[in-house]
Design a protein around this ligand. Structure first.
Ligand code: GLU
Length: 388
């Protein structure tokens, strides 16, 4: 009995593993505050829940087209145009079981053994694993807290080689909250014009959660001449507090959308029919509550940033977007074998976070501040106590 070569190249997701561990401890009666997973604690909007119930009552419980119903594809196209400034016909949109599956299928559909994918680090935990599973090579593009975890066009140019096939962009970013303003993306677009073979995966799942006051900037909108080699990922999980529904959407060139659907036809088939009906309601319904949610996240961000920076040995920049802080704990690391040991120590003191090494970083941890204010304040008190 043995696992495949492809599977042996990847490790379990540490974000989900840490969250599962926290859930298990809570079920055993332990008092653990979980700030390990990126999941808004807000209730799913009532119109979305109503649409899911109506779909059930209407018997929408059967297969749909593999890449999503035409109704949802149209609603997603509306979302791409209205919210991201990307005009695409429904034929250039596909729907999957979460943004993660869209990324998985895009990589598996295009990456061959030895192809290189440039990934800014710290990165979202699943990017490198998906690339490794596909047989690709991850080329890290290191970013630093002093630069708000952003790379420049010159940094990108320096990493491009003859085997570069994809560049990953993630703005607002997980796990750092990095946001790329339009002028930086225009510079990146200029580099890409000199490398016509390279594709870009722009993961915009956190687009509405941007605290800079500037409108969301994305490459396919800013550089329409490059749009035929950009795959933009979006969804409803983070924006509309719908993580459990598992709906992600992607917009890109038709050949790639078709390739992803070809793979999906053999992996999962269509995304859940009920969830698709709910996602239509999310995209087509009112969006004004997103401003209020963003403001609540901003208050929580400020609470966590000031509490963490007041703990001796810890520091974090103020993230411009998403709901994560990347905390540096380097001054304390002499006390721990590595940041996994630090994470376990904090778990013992009742706070679940994810070590920076899960994201290609080191000597620190990621806090998700998508939890209520009282829990966040108590978690920061526990972290302070655990490290005192
Ligand atoms: N994307 C979220 C996170 O980073 C959800 C968990 C996951 O899929 O990694 O926490």
């Amino acid at each position: 009995m043995h696992i495949s070569t492809a599977l042996s190249r990847i490790a379990p997701s540490q974000t989900t593993a840490m969250t599962d561990r926290a859930t298990q401890l809570r079920e055993e009666g332990r008092d653990v505050i979980s700030l390990s997973v990126g999941e808004p604690d807000f209730d799913t909007p009532p119109q979305v829940v109503a649409a899911a119930k109506a779909a059930l009552d209407a018997g929408q419980t059967k297969y749909t087209p593999v890449g999503g119903t035409s109704r949802l594809k149209q609603a997603a196209a509306l979302h791409f145009a209205r919210d991201l400034g990307i005009e695409v016909p429904a034929s250039q949109v596909t729907v999957s079981a979460g943004g993660k599956q869209a990324i998985f299928h895009a990589m598996l559909a295009t990456v061959s053994e030895g192809d290189e994918v440039i990934v800014p680090s710290p990165w979202w935990v699943s990017y490198p694993e998906i690339i490794h599973f596909a047989g690709g090579k991850v080329i890290p593009l290191h970013t630093h807290a002093k630069d708000n975890f952003r790379f420049t066009a010159a940094d990108l140019e320096a990493q491009i080689g003859p085997r570069t096939q994809w560049v990953m962009l993630n703005s607002p970013g997980n796990p750092t909250g990095a946001c790329y303003p339009a002028d930086m993306l225009l510079g990146i677009g200029e580099v890409l014009r000199h490398h016509p073979r390279i594709m870009v995966l722009s993961d915009d799942i956190y687009a509405p959660i941007n605290y800079t006051g500037a409108p969301h900037a994305t490459l396919a909108n800013l550089c329409p001449d490059l749009a035929d080699r950009i795959l933009t990922i979006s969804g409803v999980s983070k924006s509309h507090a719908m993580t459990g529904f598992r709906i992600g959407v992607a917009a890109g060139p038709e050949w790639l959308i078709k390739a992803m659907e070809r793979l999906q036809s053999h992996s999962s088939g269509n995304p859940c029919s009920i969830s698709q009906a709910a996602a239509v309601a999310a995209f087509e319904g009112p969006q004004d509550f997103l401003d209020a949610w963003r403001e609540r996240f901003r208050v929580r961000r400020d609470l966590v940033v000031s509490a963490i920076n007041a703990i001796p040995g810890l520091s974090t920049p103020t993230p411009d977007g998403a709901f994560y802080c990347m905390v540096d704990a380097a001054p304390l690391m002499a006390r721990f074998e590595d940041d996994k040991a630090l994470a376990l120590h904090l778990l013992e003191h009742g706070v679940a976070i994810v070590p920076a090494s899960a994201f290609g970083g080191r000597n620190g941890f990621r806090i998700s501040f998508a939890a209520d204010d009282a829990k966040l304040a108590e978690a920061c008190r526990r972290i302070a106590g655990a490290l005192a």
